[in-house]
Design a protein around this ligand. Sequence first.
Ligand SMILES: C[S@@+](CC[C@H](N)C(=O)[O-])C[C@H]1O[C@@H](n2cnc3c(N)ncnc32)[C@H](O)[C@@H]1O
Length: 483
Amino acid sequence: MPLLDLSLRPSLSPEPSPLSVDVRRGLAALLRERIGHDLTPARLEQVVPVFNDLFDRSGAASLPEFLSRLDAEPSDGPALQKLTTAATIKESYFFRDRSTMTALRERILPALIDRCRATRVLRIWSAGCSSGEELYSIAILLSELLPDMGRWSLFLTGTDVDGWSIRRARRAIYGHWSLRVADDEEKQRYFQYDRRLQCFRLQARFRSNVSFALHNLVDPHAETPAPGHFDLILCRNVLGYFDARSRQVALGQIRRALAPHGVWVAGASDPLPDSGFQTRIVGDVVAHELLPAELSDASEVSQHPLGCVGEAPETLPAPPHAAPEVSAPPPYSRERLVSGALAESAAFEAEPHAAALVAYDEACMLVEAGQFVNALAALERLHGVQPLWPEPYLLSARAFEALGDDQRAIEALHKVASLAPDRKEAWLRLGLLLSRSGQRAAAMDALRRVAAVDEHLGVEPKAQRLREQAARELSRLAGGSAP
Ligand SMILES: C[S@@+](CC[C@H](N)C(=O)[O-])C[C@H]1O[C@@H](n2cnc3c(N)ncnc32)[C@H](O)[C@@H]1O
């Protein structure tokens, strides 16, 4: 089976690496400045190995020099994107906060639909959309609220600062974790199912009006998407991560993007804006609208051409005539939809790599969230369909190790080593685990392989670190004498 490209995935490399206090501070300051986050010490720990890895590959002479290079890189540059992926919390799932979904379905969306019925144009922005679950949930709600949906022009835009999330959103394939509050009927009605990997692909009809783009809410120079035109903005569970300055920049973006009558739905525990908005509680939902004083600004900018939003039209405001006549979809019928989903599932199964990547991504997220048992269940399925792919075994080893099951972690690492004998990390981890479990000779054998791989691959800084760690352990096992 072809090896899958994992270079864009979040790194889960566990090697601890000493960083001076100054460099650590510099890294935290860089991320605060660029993505607005005040990282917790635990989060910073997750970013450090990624930072080290980037440094090793950069050719920079020193860490401070590398930090200044990063400082000059744009937010969508490759190195900053990898750090962003490691630094951001991407937790999201379909129909998150049922009470919010109810308020949207029963009150907020019907009111906006009424208001926009004359033009039949509706624009919705999920700001900080993660992998798309929030925006697609709205697409599903709209499909049920608009029986004449084909006659509407819907622009559903999701943006996020993290490119990895945007790619996942565009793929629209999800694991169980993203559907944790969806019931069986919802899964059947809205998704196609890959039985082997137990992944769900959102049906095409919910994807057709949706686009995703990179956008940084805290970049004061970032263009506001479609200024003055969004009828609804969802910015939930995002602002709470920002420091005070960044929050003000993000609020400015939301303020500029809202249509005069628009509504911004926030998360229940999100910080409240201190000015510029009036806040209403709709059902259990915190909804903000522009204060009258803000309106002149918003309508002024509403003449501006569109900002960054991918597939939306080039100029706004709304077209003067109604959207072109497109025949309305036939009324909802459960049988028809289910059989449609089954018919399409053959095409889905013809894309095993996409489904495998999703399953792998989900397993990464589960490990990151400390859900080791769930991660192992997902990985077990993945091993069943992609038995020759080493990466998932490496992840299994991490999860077993975290659960204290060294024996099964060792088995998983043996698999990696046999499938990818050049993986130094696998040999090193295997050696350390074997050593811990008292299998001295096997441990020494595995640790020697770290150096052997180096000879074959040549020396780079990361390889050097791994080799030093292996040599230290070897020396300890050999009773102090160098092996
Ligand atoms: C916890 S998730 C929330 C996802 C979704 N809104 C929800 O409530 O389910 C936070 C998202 O905000 C994104 N984010 C963080 N900083 C951002 C920034 N400066 N600009 C845009 N998005 C950002 C993260 O990448 C992440 O995907």
